[in-house]
Design a protein around this ligand. Structure first.
Ligand code: ADP
Ligand code: ADP
Length: 229
């Protein structure tokens, strides 16, 4: 479970707070889609979970613990992170990219190789065809699949996704959203998804949280949002 309690973040020199007194709970095993116009504070909110950004006030709790008291390296072991156009290592094979975190954690080679293939399978890439390719040899959608496989490789309970499919063509994007959404639901991951695409938020979110100017405007299930007058 992830909880924001009265969280405020103001960047130095900014006229107003990027995130102003945010209260939000993401229940375990659910996906919360954060949506709103560019600059409304979505990424800042997300990055306070893995301590890439530190709040000025309030608390961010992960599994009931204030992240301020957890060493960032330890914290990030339990939190997968997927970004737009993902920083895959360009000179490394797909397999080595997916293996990155397990390798850092010191897993045995046989276990890593097995895990890499299982993760590629999971995201719909045939390991025999893709494990030895370079990221540059893949389509945008395939690269994002590798990004998800990499983020899930060490089985973190939490996944943070920041515009994960922003660079993917619209046709591939719909399928990716459905497929990756189903995978995350099956695995019961706790997910925060940042997007400005309402379709993506509705497809992938168990709850959709609307932000504007650093404030949370509304947080509802997709069904409630559709039913709203
Ligand atoms: P969103 O993800 O909704 O586009 P952000 O959280 O990235 O919004 O940004 C919120 C506000 O904070 C914007 O006004 C943005 O310009 C500002 N901002 C974001 N990151 C920084 C930073 N590292 N330094 C200064 N200002 C920032
Ligand atoms: P090299 O270090 O020259 O890549 P290795 O014997 O380590 O040689 O790797 C041989 C093959 O196995 C390579 O194709 C590489 O992509 C793959 N491989 C090696 N280590 C891993 C790993 N941890 N995860 C996935 N694939 C790996």
């Amino acid at each position: 479970m992830i909880r924001f309690e009265g969280v405020v973040k103001r960047y130095p020199g900014a006229a107003s707070a990027a995130v102003a007194s945010l209260d939000l709970t993401v229940e375990e095993g659910t996906t919360c889609a954060l949506i709103g116009p560019s600059g409304c504070g979505k990424s800042t909110t997300l990055r306070m979970v893995n301590r890439l950004v530190e709040p000025d006030a309030g608390r961010v709790l992960v599994g009931g613990r204030d992240v301020a008291g957890i060493d960032p390296v330890t914290l990030r072991r339990g939190i997968g992170y997927v970004l737009q156009g993902v920083g895959l290592f360009p000179h490394r094979s797909v397999g080595r990219n997916v293996a990155a975190v397990p390798a850092l954690l010191g897993w045995k080679r046989a276990r890593i190789l097995e895990r890499v293939d299982a993760m590629l399978d999971l995201v719909g890439l045939d390991p025999a065809l893709y494990r030895d390719r370079r990221p540059s040899e893949l389509s945008g959608g395939q690269r994002q699949r590798v990004g998800v496989a990499r983020a899930l490789a060490a089985d973190p309970p939490i996944l943070l996704m920041d515009e994960p499919f922003g660079a993917v063509d619209p046709v591939a994007r719909d399928r990716l959203q459905d497929e990756i959404g189903a995978i995350l639901r099956n695995l019961r991951k706790t997910v925060i998804l940042v997007t400005h695409d309402i379709g993506e938020a509705m497809r992938m979110g168990d709850r959709v949280a609307l932000m504007r100017d650093g404030h949370l405007v509304q947080a509802d299930t997709p069904e409630q949002l559709l039913a709203a007058p």
